[in-house]
Design a protein around this ligand. Structure first.
Ligand SMILES: *[C@@H]1O[C@H](CO)[C@@H](O)[C@H](O)[C@H]1NC(C)=O
Ligand SMILES: *[C@@H]1O[C@H](CO)[C@@H](O)[C@H](O)[C@H]1NC(C)=O
Ligand SMILES: *[C@@H]1O[C@H](CO)[C@@H](O)[C@H](O)[C@H]1NC(C)=O
Length: 317
């Protein structure tokens, strides 16, 4: 046993020397104390001195082979975004949110659960694994990067002053958690510093931007004083009395509520909801965390929840 772990240490060292720049950049943790709190930076991946950069980073706990396992069919000849999605783009996108706590909150188990939860949404929303697909319906995440036959341009004139549609631009579904409508492209573009209102096509041309847009939605409340999907998942959020009356509880179920509202939640045990949950559980298994860590069904589900943001007239998704 002893010799064996020694050998691995040697191999690790050799690999580290071979890729010395990357190795140092990855592993050097700079620590400061600011107002009595320990804050850190870790190389290029976790910048901006934050408490969230003191623990493991995402690339420490989620590696290339795990990404390949989760999305094993994305480059199959029948997939619809062959060559588009890759691990590096995900890590680059994630690195711009790690200092805010994305995938860096609460220690290794919670970090892995959050990656599985976020990617569970992504996998389900970009899947082409219907029916009797090879490898099962859950093995086809990241098969799409855009809506294939849009029926409209998704230009809502109500927002013509705040988010005017660019001439010729179409705001159909694109990305890792698809974005629709000019106002969503406009708001998310602002959030990630990309002019998506004038260039919605960036989302289907650049996988880093596609992942960034999805992580931005995961990390950002839709309305002020509301939690984000990240907040309800990692336990940053305390439900109000109204939330409890509306059966909204911390956990995976409420992430679906925040991202999709009544399209997915409050409708009983419907397929669109169960498919998202199934992807999350499958990914927990593949990551070696195990689905039993996901907690009981009432935490996972939003079947009985009233929406955080009821849609009035609009059918945005
Ligand atoms: C860092 O990891 C520890 C131990 O797992 C955990 O208790 C702590 O909450 C983590 N720090 C942050 C900022 O999430
Ligand atoms: C994709 O977008 C990222 C983030 O803005 C940028 O750094 C990168 O250069 C872009 N890639 C290509 C191929 O344009
Ligand atoms: C709670 O719900 C009631 C009834 O829907 C509403 O009038 C009230 O403003 C809500 N309170 C908060 C804090 O959201």
């Amino acid at each position: 046993m002893e010799a064996r772990s020694g050998e691995f240490a040697k191999i690790g060292l050799v690999m580290c020397v071979m890729a010395i720049a990357a190795c140092l950049a990855d592993k050097e943790v700079k620590v400061k104390i600011v107002k009595g709190e320990k804050v850190c930076e870790q190389g290029w991946e976790c910048k901006g001195y934050s408490k969230y950069c003191c623990n493991l980073t995402i690339s420490d706990i989620f590696q290339t082979y795990q990404f390949e396992n989760l999305f094993s069919n994305r480059n199959s000849p029948v997939a619809h975004a062959v060559g588009f999605w890759d691990y590096r783009s995900f890590i680059l996108a994630a690195s711009t949110f790690e200092h805010l706590g994305f995938g860096t909150t609460g220690g290794k188990l919670m970090q892995m659960k959050e990656i599985a939860a976020f990617l569970g949404h992504v996998g389900c929303k970009t899947s082409c694994g219907y029916g009797v697909a090879t490898g099962g319906p859950l093995a086809w995440g990241l098969c799409f990067n855009k809506e294939m036959s849009p029926s409209q341009k998704y230009c809502d004139e109500f927002y013509k002053y705040e988010y005017p549609c660019a001439p010729g631009a179409e705001y159909y579904g694109r990305g890792a958690i698809p974005i629709y409508w000019n106002y969503n492209y406009g708001a998310i573009g602002k959030g990630i510093n990309q002019d998506l209102l004038n260039h919605p096509e960036y989302v289907e041309q650049n996988a880093t931007i596609a992942f960034q847009a999805a992580i931005y939605r995961w990390m950002t409340p839709v309305k002020r004083k509301q939690p984000s999907a990240h907040d309800v998942f990692v336990g940053n959020w305390k439900p109000t009395k109204n939330d409890t009356l509306a059966r909204r509880a911390p956990g995976f179920g409420s992430t679906m509520n925040l991202l999709y509202g009544e399209l997915t939640c409050g409708q009983g045990d419907i397929d669109p909801m169960n498919n998202i949950i199934s992807h999350y559980l499958y990914y927990l298994d593949l990551l070696g965390v195990g689905r039993e860590e996901a907690g009981p069904h009432e935490v996972l589900s939003c079947a009985e929840q009233l929406p955080f943001n009821p849609s009035t007239t609009k059918s945005s998704s």
